[in-house]
Design a protein around this ligand. Structure first.
Ligand code: NOJ
Length: 454
């Protein structure tokens, strides 16, 4: 008879008293109110208005209507005992044309939200850039234009001056490898640019902007707890053949090293690990390598899956192809991503191995599964299992001494999942997008209990 392995219960106390718990969101994915007051267009407003870009031609004009009904979600967070709320600021709500004029309406809205969070005992965690570049600046090249560094600095100046008195937790960028890769190389995310030159320029300017933006936060909010976030994925070779191992190393270098290392003062990885890095040289000016370095208080990591990679001549620049999870007959989420909890353990260990990193926070982790509402309830066992198994792996790394001290679930509510539209539901709270009604899912009830029982 086979014995079913039963995992011991998780307790909040195992993670330590100063461990930070929260949920994460982003402006474009939840706010809606796309044309409220004088808000300007972002690249995502434009991208989602074009037919065929987003599954089902979904758009985020209303999304979760968080702009108008944030008090409902804040009340739910309070009831669930969630102490930290991560959200991003919409650049074009604050500066409609990206530079110059500041919208008082935008400032007022974020002031109302920040004050309301604090009144309810919830700590605001602000991401400055979660993918919604102003369209007016994209017309001038967006991140491919070196002037983007100055545009971004002006925007950070405005945000920190207005909100820095109350917001103490700041993150500069969200997942630069994803928004540059999908938006400037593959063209499957806004602004839909393609090609190596556009990608490499964007990568370099975003990396410089991360450090330059951080310097402004530090100057304007001296007591800020300051970080920036990176996506990361455990990469494994398909076979033990030398070619596949080398391909896996190139992908690992691109996804897990190329964005964080310049920030840590290590410069871009060596071309021996990723030959295409050489093509970056024309865009690097004297002094840039030093300027890219910044001493963050924490690094946010966001890990959802692992990837298996094999050598491929068909893929330009990296010479590697992903072996899709569906072909490997493994358990996947609605995104087609393999459920593989040890990946988060390996990624925490990978980041922990950099002595320059002071503290690691998991600023996003979660899963999309097709949820069904049955008699007014959503019994999402798979999401609960996913969260628990990832937390166990985090705890394992922590018990081995890794400096990991926070965990934010992606996401508070179901929301607009970029190219997937509303098909992929990641929330602890179910949203009926017709009526805007909310239902706390079984996973959300579990998380609330977990946070409050200990
Ligand atoms: C990464 C991104 O930061 C977030 O916007 C996205 O919705 C989740 N991961 C899930 O894909």
């Amino acid at each position: 008879m086979s014995k079913r392995h039963i995992e011991p219960e998780l307790h909040k106390g195992q993670f330590g008293h100063d461990f930070m718990w929260g949920v994460a969101t982003a402006a474009f994915q939840i706010e809606g109110a796309h044309d409220a007051d004088d808000k300007g267009l972002s690249i995502w407003d434009v991208f989602t208005s074009k037919s065929g870009r987003i599954k089902g031609n979904h758009h985020a004009r209303t999304a979760c209507d968080f702009y108008n009904s944030y008090h409902i979600d804040v009340a739910l967070m309070k009831r669930m005992g969630i102490p930290n709320f991560r959200f991003s600021l919409s650049w074009t709500r604050i500066m409609p044309s990206g530079t110059g004029e500041v919208s008082q309406n935008g400032i007022d809205y974020y002031n109302r939200l920040i004050d309301h969070l604090l009144e309810n005992g919830i700590e605001p965690w602000v991401t400055l850039y979660h993918w919604d570049m102003p369209h007016a600046l994209d017309v001038r090249g967006g991140w491919t234009n070196r002037e983007s560094i100055d545009w971004f600095k002006d925007y950070v100046e405005v945000c920190t001056k207005h909100f820095g008195d109350r917001v103490k937790n700041w993150m500069v960028m969200n997942e630069p490898s994803v928004f540059t890769g999908a938006g400037y190389f593959l063209g499957i995310h806004a602004p839909g640019r393609r090609g190596l030159a556009s990608y490499l320029k964007a990568v370099h300017h975003v990396t410089l902007s991360t450090a330059e933006g951080a310097r402004i936060v530090r100057a304007n909010v001296p007591d800020a707890h300051l970080g920036t976030t990176f996506s990361c994925t455990q990469i494994e070779p398909y076979t033990q053949h030398e070619k596949d191992i080398a391909a896996a190393n190139r992908v690992h270098t691109l996804l897990n090293r190329a964005f964080v290392e310049p920030i840590l003062g290590l410069g871009y990885p060596d071309a021996a690990d990723l030959p295409v890095i050489r093509k970056m040289e024309p865009y690097i000016q004297p002094g840039d390598i030093e300027k890219m370095a910044f001493d963050f208080d924490f690094v946010g990591i966001q890990c959802y899956t692992r990837e298996i990679v094999k050598s491929s001549f068909l893929t330009p620049y990296v010479g590697a192809a992903l072996v899709k999870a569906e072909k490997r007959r493994v358990m996947t989420t609605e995104m087609g991503w393999e459920v593989h909890p040890p990946s988060i353990y390996h990624m925490i260990k990978h980041f922990d191995a950099y002595p320059q990193i002071k503290n690691i926070l998991v600023t996003e982790n979660g899963a999309a599964f097709p949820d069904a509402v049955v008699e007014g309830k959503v019994y999402d066992l798979r999401r609960k299992d996913y969260l628990q198994s990832h937390l166990r792996q985090l705890l394992k790394a922590k018990e081995e001494g890794a400096r990991v001290n926070g965990y934010f679930v992606w996401s508070l509510t179901d929301n607009f999942e970029w190219a997937e539209g509303y098909h992929a539901r990641f929330g602890l709270i179910y949203v009926d997008f017709e009526t805007q009604q909310r239902i706390v899912k079984h996973s959300g009830e579990w998380f609330a209990e977990f946070l409050q029982l200990n």
